[in-house]
Design a protein around this ligand. Sequence first.
Ligand SMILES: [Zn+2]
Length: 63
Amino acid sequence: MPIFEYTCNQCKKDFEKLVFAGEDKNISCPNCTSKDVIKKMSATSFMGASMGKCATTFPKGAS
Ligand SMILES: [Zn+2]
């Protein structure tokens, strides 16, 4: 299933969304519910997804 990364134009938040065919025109920001979002089409989202999750779950107070 395709998971795309989006950036919200309103609150500038990045989020990932599971998008089925034909539903990519009704994406709304989970933070502010704005539909003014940009789909990030970079190929790095595939590679970065697993790495990003590791980074975000890593405790920030470790250092
Ligand atoms: Zn937003």
